[in-house]
Design a protein around this ligand. Structure first.
Ligand code: GLC
Length: 753
């Protein structure tokens, strides 16, 4: 529909009809939903299948005065019928193309049923695994969230939003939701503008640049103002700075939450605040209640309302809904197809993270008998958070093992439930079987229902008595493997040293059992890297790799004894390590760092080199770039994938800089013995940080030294030191997704070994 047609429609709309376009709600009773549509509601949640959704569309198009078709929304987060690895698991692949494919397939399945708007991707940087929704985003890093979020927008929306299998993406939750105080969902997430601009906003800018059709406001406050009523963010940053011209939608009841937030006295106040701040669509059905507008034209600016309605009509136009409001019900995809299952299974090894593998216990050798124990041995709960009831379920790992190992006696002994207590007899039986059989696999983890929204946990250890089960198996002295399935990073410190091999298998969805067994048997090789740190204890969070050095960095942890004093590290006055930033009762740093992950072969890095001279470094703002190269060699006896990561550190700047920031990553496949040169190209945007240190806030690359680290985790060694000769300032940066794409195009050049 052209702008003229939108204007024509707008001119004919009554006040109630306009407001009706500015809300979405869900009601289980179709008759009630039909009545709401008759009263002008312009958006609904998916009705459960194509037929029912077509019926509601038909009611809107044929039985309302103006026949405006409906937006049909749904949370299609990591699958619709086919369930894929959770977003955090996808991030572990460090391969955004997987996320794009998940979004494309999920969008196709959802669109076939009449969904045309998904509330995904979630790109809330999160550094606190107590927050259950860490599972729903792409972890602790800015670049990962940016690249994966942009990839999902491309997957959902494709090149043409009006295509039959395209659905509108929603970047959420704008903004800062991933840092709630205490890791408690919905809690205050107050932070400095400096952190907001350098950590939490960039992924949203990347996703807006990728063309996201809508943005969802977050429940939290920033600067003491809930984002649902925060004009500086919803309009100032999103629209005036970034030029976003899509639809802004509230989170469920997010507008009405302004009342308990204490900034609105009633529903009318809340709506006025939200629409004035720049929200376009309220999720909750309070704008027009039972056909009666909550606000009159005297209470809500018609200019604001018209602008919001235009955006909603423009989205419906872009989706092609005026021309094609219905789907062909006979073509609805109602279950995971073999093709989609295959896609889910093939990407799974890239998401699994081999945390340790002492003595190369994995892949499993052929054995006559195996004991499998732990709640995930027989559970079918592999789908993870944010999965709807109509998803295609997963099977059981024990069945997948027996199918794959027909000649092996796979003995099951529960050992523990997910959340149970007083299970000493269960684990004694499992331990006894383990001792008799001589080998065990413990399938442990957290069930999906204590992960995701409204699932914050104060204690991040394995729930129930699963830790006791692992100790009981370890006490037998037989070799054993632990397979962990969880939505979030867990605290595994209590037993980690006793387990020879530990595989983090997240929640991998419909194909989880087959994928996990394939990886255990070595048919595939886990090659993921941690997208979020594994803390040593729940009390250590938030903990992440891109932290500040502080004025008193510690060099030893967990000890009150002073250690050697290094003036270069401790500064001129700190005579020992006691007065340093650490815990008395904990070693330093996370148990497992961001970017960590092993595989079934080994890689060596050598020959790190700066590809160009310093001259490029002084003209970065003018588009000059510089290159870094390193040689990667597969020194093992089987082919494998390595995710090469490049981090920078701005040694001295006018604002404190993180000790490392991920700037590039690329997945490289090498045959046994093969070597390759891996090269990265960086520019201004990769060294710049946002600050308000100029008359006009913007991005700075400062003169001075930068350290560059390249390797297989955030603990990568120093690869090069570069010196920027002159200060360089810009008001904006190149879109992150463009920078990442440039790097992967030039990332590897084959060099015969
Ligand atoms: C929930 C979530 C949001 C989701 C919305 C609609 O409260 O916060 O992510 O899209 O409601 O289901």
């Amino acid at each position: 529909m052209s702008d003229r047609r939108i204007e024509d429609l707008l001119a004919r709309m009554t006040w109630a009809e306009k407001l009706g376009q500015l809300q979405i709600t869900y009601h289980p009773d179709p008759a009630r939903t039909r009545a709401l549509i008759s009263a002008g509601m312009g958006s609904i949640f998916w009705q459960g299948d194509a037929e029912a959704t077509n019926a509601m569309q038909r009611h809107a198009v044929e039985n309302t005065r103006l026949g405006i078709p409906l937006l049909v929304g749904l949370d299609v987060i990591h699958g619709q019928r086919t369930i894929f690895p959770t977003p955090l698991a996808l991030a572990a692949s460090f391969e955004p193309r997987h996320a794009e494919q998940v979004a494309s397939v999920s969008g196709r399945e959802a669109a076939s049923g009449g969904v045309n708007w998904t509330f995904s991707p979630m790109i809330d940087v999160s550094r606190d695994p107590r927050w259950g929704r860490i599972v729903e985003g792409f972890g602790e890093d800015v670049l990962l969230n940016s690249c994966f979020g942009a990839a999902m927008v491309r997957g959902y929306q494709g090149d043409d939003l009006s295509a039959a299998d395209a659905i509108a993406a929603t970047a959420k939750h704008f903004v800062g939701y991933g840092q709630p105080e205490g890791g408690r969902d919905y809690n205050t997430a107050d932070m400095s503008e400096y952190r907001l601009r350098n950590v939490y906003l960039p992924p949203f800018q990347a996703v807006v640049e990728a063309g996201a059709a809508s943005v969802m406001a977050s429940f939290n406050t920033i600067d003491g103002l809930p984002v649902h009523a925060n004009r500086r963010l919803l309009t100032g940053v999103l629209r005036e700075e970034w030029g976003f011209d899509g639809v802004t939608v509230g989170d469920a009841d997010g507008v009405m939450n302004l009342i308990p937030h204490g900034i609105a006295a009633n529903a009318a106040d809340a709506l006025k605040l939200a629409f004035a701040a720049g929200l376009n669509v309220e999720m909750g059905g309070n704008v027009v209640a039972d056909g009666v507008p909550t606000l009159s034209e005297a209470e809500l600016s018609p200019v604001v309302v018209d602008a919001a309605v235009r955006r909603v009509l423009a989205l419906k136009t872009a989706l092609g809904l005026f021309e094609r409001p219905y789907v062909v019900a006979e073509r609805e995809i109602v279950a995971a197809t073999p093709e989609h299952r295959d896609i889910a299974r093939r990407m799974a090894p890239d998401t699994m993270v081999l945390l340790k593998n002492d003595g190369d216990l994995l892949p499993l050798a052929d054995r006559e008998r195996i004991l499998v124990t732990g709640p995930y041995a027989e559970s079918t709960d592999h789908l993870g958070a944010w999965v709807q009831a109509f998803a295609t379920p997963a099977g059981r790992i024990v069945d997948a093992l027996r199918e794959r190992l027909p000649g092996t006696d796979v003995v099951v002994s529960a050992g523990a439930s997910f959340l149970g207590t007083d299970e000493a007899a269960l684990r004694a039986a499992a331990a006894s079987q383990a001792a008799e059989i001589g080998f065990a696999i413990v399938f442990a983890g957290e069930p999906s229902n204590i992960s995701g929204e409204a699932a914050s946990r104060s204690d991040l250890r394995l729930p129930g008595e699963q830790e006791a089960l692992i100790h009981a198996i370890a006490d037998t002295g037989v070799p054993f493997v632990v397979v962990l399935e969880s939505g979030r990073p867990l605290v595994v410190s209590d037993w980690f040293d006793r387990a020879p091999a530990v595989l983090q298998a997240w929640h991998l969805g419909t194909e989880a059992p087959a994928a996990i067994v394939s990886a255990l048997m070595g048919e595939t090789a886990p090659s993921g890297k941690l997208p979020a740190s594994f803390p040593r204890s729940s009390g250590q969070v938030p903990t992440h790799y891109s932290h500040d050095n502080t004025g008193r960095p510690a060099t030893t942890g967990g000890s009150m004894a002073p250690t050697t004093w290094d003036p270069a590290l401790h500064g001129p006055n700190n005579v020992d390590d006691k007065y340093a930033s650490k815990y008395l009762d904990l070693d330093l740093g996370p148990l497992l760092p961001f970017g960590h992950g092993l595989t079934y072969t080994r890689f060596e890095y050598s020959g790190a080199r700066l590809r160009e001279g310093d001259v490029a470094l002084n003209a970065l703002r003018d588009g000059a770039t510089f290159g870094l190269e390193i040689t990667l060699t597969n020194v093992g006896d089987r082919a494998g994938d390595e995710v090469v990561q490049l981090y920078t550190h701005d040694v001295v700047a006018h604002r404190v800089q993180p000790v490392r920031v991920l700037r590039r990553f690329t997945r490289v496949h090498l045959e046994a013995g093969e070597s390759r040169a891996v090269s990265f190209e960086l520019g201004f945007d990769d060294l710049a940080f946002w600050s308000e240190s100029h008359s006009v806030p913007g991005f700075d690359v400062e003169p001075g030294a930068f350290e560059v680290f390249i390797g297989g985790s955030s603990e990568a060694p120093l690869a090069a030191r570069i010196t920027v000769g002159a200060p360089q300032h810009a008001l904006s940066r190149e879109p992150i997704a463009h920078r990442y794409a440039r790097s992967t195009q030039a990332s590897t050049t084959g060099v015969a070994s």
